[in-house]
Design a protein around this ligand. Structure first.
Ligand SMILES: *[C@@H]1O[C@H](CO)[C@@H](O)[C@H](O)[C@H]1NC(C)=O
Ligand SMILES: *[C@@H]1O[C@H](CO)[C@@H](O)[C@H](O)[C@H]1NC(C)=O
Ligand SMILES: *[C@@H]1O[C@H](CO)[C@@H](O)[C@H](O)[C@H]1NC(C)=O
Ligand SMILES: *[C@@H]1O[C@H](CO)[C@@H](O)[C@H](O)[C@H]1NC(C)=O
Ligand SMILES: *[C@@H]1O[C@H](CO)[C@@H](O)[C@H](O)[C@H]1NC(C)=O
Ligand SMILES: *[C@@H]1O[C@H](CO)[C@@H](O)[C@H](O)[C@H]1NC(C)=O
Length: 822
């Protein structure tokens, strides 16, 4: 009785389920076997799966397709079955056919798509089951230990999903698998673009029909070396894996918490995006083609592309445009040709002292069609290339070994701060030419130097005469009893060298302080650009008459900065005090502040890694001079990116001494009731108790260092997910050993991981909570300059949570929150 009842129940359920599908009710089932099928609009879905399979229409078109999409975003289709043969109505059926194939059929029982399981595989259709496993539609044989018969991951559409494995065009089967773009965003039909991977020195390629459209550069075991900001596989990039069974495949996107995918879009760009759950949208993460330089062969053979140059194309050194007329019209297709023939071509068997040589070009995307040579050493690579006349260039990558090129060098790109060093073979005379230029440059520099010394001497002589007047003024000023800190130091200071400018001269040079000449607004007044009669460019800071504290800061700055001279400190050229006017005259720096470059998406590319390291070191040297090397000890108190000015060569110069204080030789710290500075850069002991010292400057330096490494502004940084400040975020990622997420993508390069790690490490040492734990600036500089060094582990930093970019305001409170509550 019992059993027959159960049978009956089972029977009824079966009838119900089947019936539902016949009726096309919007039900989901988890698997399909030969007796079941999906009828539009039913879906295939198992509990908790991120993906669903079913029928869809792109946009508001009427065509119906069978596809897989995200459970949470129905419009994001990752795979399509009947791409080229849409269903014209809602009579579509998705089922397992009697031969065991998955098929899409229309109402007329016409097969629009089938899975094409190989006819050789002996399968029993009755035991075949289809299921969606993640985004992968799999067909397996239940009677044969669930043997996999077919899977959609091996027949991708335009989307590359985590854990998908795209095999490198298998030599065994000759099968080609890769992504194929949609025709348009509303038409899943086969578009013009496809991807493939080459087998030897694996490269990921995008094709437009039969023409190469983009290439990733060679795989070096960790990254594709032609991709500018390549993430390692653990931080959301690709990986090329050799399964040791004859298949090499591309995989990736593992180990990420985010939902992320790569799509080959209808315009031929490969775009990586991730799902932002809180805003319910896809956010851009990375794309293969960012500008024309990324398009294959833009500059033709022997041309080199640099997206920051205008025009973007130039010939490689030693080469000239093949057709100058075309080239000047920015048609670069014909590329460049060699200027001087190679020795090798002319007299192959004479030994000559005038042998060819190599020109070294750094930070390159190296050309296509590399040949791989066995040598494991750089020098060997060079001599093998030199000894073979058809070898035109070589490059050495520790992960790959020796690469050489013959024929032509195509798709070469100049990167900033990342990439590979390429050695290009040129005739001996080209090398000479190079030397001549260097010699000439040295001569010119020598000449300029002599002129400069002459000018300086005469300026020195004139200014000495002016300085005397100023000196008297200053003495009188002091007698009036103005509050100038540490008077005894002041009296030791002689200001003989500081020229005084006339108000009219400055007014004229700045065009009556015209708005157009305004460079910016400092804490105590606007700064103008001026040009003196002799053409010298100057920056004039005009202290606002309204500001009551102006005089004190003014005196402070004059006294301080006229005493210090260092190439990493901005130079004071003179001052002006007339009537109510107080002005400071500085050298003019065309590149403005560090903040202008560092925090601006369009400019930050100009600060590559080497420039940033140079800037960090320069700031450190300037600070060391203030703390230790000048005759007086000075605490700057307001170190931040906008107070770091950059000259033409990106040499940093510390500016704005309005808040700086002089210490006595043996003084270590001081206290003030008027805490002034900028939130985010202030050390906790200074913000809370008003205690300042060398170590509070070191703290600001540490914040600055972390900003330079991450390209993020401390004042505006706020990580939504983790509720962390920049310093806190750096600390969390440091503990997780996840540097790549912290470093500015513009300078991130796994090859330089050591130096990136070191700088972040030093930054964290500088922002430690207790002043006594922080290194002095001289220790910081030696840490920065030594190649290998074991640094102490940083202790937890002070997490200031409350930021405000308010210059010179006095602080009432600063909230310090210990986020790491353990
Ligand atoms: C939707 O349909 C309307 C009219 O049929 C058309 O004008 C519009 O462009 C379509 N929208 C999309 C996104 O295809
Ligand atoms: C299956 O094979 C047929 C015939 O070889 C071919 O026309 C069709 O495109 C194939 N379908 C798929 C999805 O590969
Ligand atoms: C694809 O190629 C065809 C023929 O070459 C061309 O007509 C069409 O515009 C191309 N489509 C896209 C999206 O580039
Ligand atoms: C560029 O130059 C090539 C080679 O001479 C020529 O075939 C092509 O038509 C030119 N393209 C344009 C846009 O002028
Ligand atoms: C070397 O020179 C001789 C004659 O000078 C010539 O016959 C021979 O072909 C040359 N060899 C090569 C490799 O060019
Ligand atoms: C020289 O280089 C060419 C191209 O790379 C290669 O085909 C040839 O075998 C090399 N010759 C020798 C002697 O190594």
């Amino acid at each position: 009785m019992m059993t027959s009842n159960q049978n009956l129940q089972g029977f009824l359920v079966n009838i119900l389920v089947l019936h539902s599908f016949y009726l096309g009710l919007c039900l989901s089932i988890c698997t399909i076997n030969i007796t079941q099928y999906l009828r539009d609009p039913a879906t295939l879905w198992c509990n908790d799966n991120l993906f669903k399979l079913g029928f869809f229409s792109p946009g508001n078109t009427s065509n119906r397709y069978v596809g897989i999409w995200y459970n949470f975003s129905e419009t994001t289709v990752v795979w399509v079955a009947n791409r080229d043969r849409p269903l014209k109505d809602s009579s579509g059926v998705f089922k397992i056919h009697k031969d065991g194939n998955l098929v899409v059929m229309n109402g007329m029982k016409e097969i629009l798509w089938m899975s094409n399981i190989s006819s050789t595989s002996q399968v029993n259709p009755n035991s075949i089951t289809a299921q969606l496993q993640g985004g992968n539609l799999v067909l397996f044989d239940n009677s044969n230990n669930g043997k996999l018969i077919w899977q959609s991951y091996q027949h991708p559409s335009d989307t590359f999903l985590p854990r998908m494995k795209i095999p490198i065009n298998s030599v065994k089967t000759g099968e080609k698998t890769g992504l194929r773009s949609w025709k348009s965003p509303l038409d899943p039909n086969f578009g013009n673009f496809s991807t493939s991977i080459t087998a030897i020195l694996p490269q990921l390629l995008i094709w437009q029909g039969k023409n190469l459209h983009w290439r990733s550069g060679q795989w070096n075991g960790q990254v594709f070396i032609g991709v500018k900001y390549m993430r390692s596989v653990h931080t959301g990039g690709y990986n090329v894996v050799d399964d040791e069974e004859g298949t090499v495949y591309l995989t990736g996107l593992v180990d990420r918490k985010e939902v992320t995918r790569f799509v080959l879009d209808p315009s031929g760009n490969l775009v990586q995006s991730y799902w932002d759950g809180s805003e319910r949208t896809w956010k851009f993460w990375w794309s293969a083609i960012e500008n024309d330089c990324d398009v294959y062969g833009t500059c033709g053979p022997f041309g080199s592309c640099n997206s920051l140059d205008s025009p973007i194309c130039s010939c490689l050194r030693g080469f000239e445009p093949k057709n100058r007329e075309e080239w000047e019209k920015r048609n670069w297709t014909s590329g460049c040709v060699r200027r001087k023939n190679l020795q090798c071509d002319q007299e192959k068997n004479k030994t000559s002292s005038k042998r060819d040589g190599f020109l070294k070009v750094e930070f390159m995307k190296v050309p296509n069609f590399a040949q791989w040579l066995p040598p494991k050493l750089d020098d060997e690579c060079r001599s093998i290339c030199l000894s073979n006349c058809s070898c035109l260039a070589y490059a050495f990558d520790t992960g790959i070994g020796c690469m050489s090129w013959s024929g032509s060098l195509i798709d070469v790109q100049q990167f900033q701060g990342s990439g590979t060093t390429l050695y290009i073979r040129v005739a001996h005379s080209e090398l000479d030419h190079h030397r001549e230029i260097t010699l000439l440059a040295i001569l010119v520099i020598l000449l300029l130097f002599t002129v400069c010394v002459g000018v300086f001497l005469s300026w020195f002589w004139i200014s000495r005469r002016r300085g005397k007047i100023w000196f008297h003024f200053k003495r009188n000023h002091q007698l009036e009893g103005k509050k100038i800190s540490l008077e005894e130091n002041v009296t030791k200071i002689d200001l003989e060298d500081l020229p005084i400018f006339k108000f009219e001269v400055l007014a004229m040079s700045t065009d009556q302080f015209h708005e157009n000449n305004k460079l910016g607004q400092g804490g105590f007044g606007p700064v103008y650009k001026g040009v003196l009669g002799d053409g010298q460019e100057i920056a004039v800071k005009r202290l606002s008459t309204a500001s009551g504290q102006g005089m004190e800061e003014f005196m402070n700055e004059v006294l301080l900065i006229s005493r210090v001279q260092h190439r990493n400190l901005v130079r004071l050229l003179g001052c002006c005090i007339e009537k109510e006017e107080k002005m400071l005259i500085y050298e003019y720096l065309p590149n403005k502040g560090l903040d202008v470059f560092l925090f601006d998406q369009t400019h930050k590319g100009m600060l590559d890694l080497s420039k940033r390291l140079h800037i960090i070191e320069g700031i450190g040297r300037g600070l060391l001079y203030l703390h230790r090397d000048s005759r007086i000890k000075i605490i700057h108190r307001d170190l931040k990116p906008s107070n770091i000015l950059l000259d033409n060569d990106f040499n940093p110069k510390i500016s704005d001494f309005g808040m700086a204080r002089i210490f006595k030789c043996n003084q270590d710290q001081a206290e003030t009731r008027k805490v002034a500075g900028t939130y985010g850069y202030m050390a906790p002991e200074y913000a809370i108790k008003g205690t300042f010292s060398e170590k509070s400057d070191v703290f600001s330096f540490g914040v600055l260092l972390l900003e330079i490494m991450s390209g993020q502004k401390v004042a505006s940084f706020w990580n939504e997910e983790t509720s962390l400040s920049l310093v806190g975020y750096a600390w969390e990622l440091w503990k997780e050993n996840d540097l790549s997420n912290f470093i500015d993508p513009v300078i991130w390069n796994p090859n330089f991981e050591m130096v990136l790690t070191k700088c972040t490490h030093i930054g964290l040492l500088c922002v430690q909570e207790f002043a006594r734990d922080r290194p002095t600036i001289s220790t910081v500089l030696s840490m920065l300059s030594s190649e290998v060094i074991s640094l102490p582990a940083p202790l937890q930093p002070a997490f200031a949570n409350f930021y405000d970019d308010n210059i010179g305001g006095s602080v009432n409170y600063v909230t310090l929150t210990n986020l790491d509550g353990r």
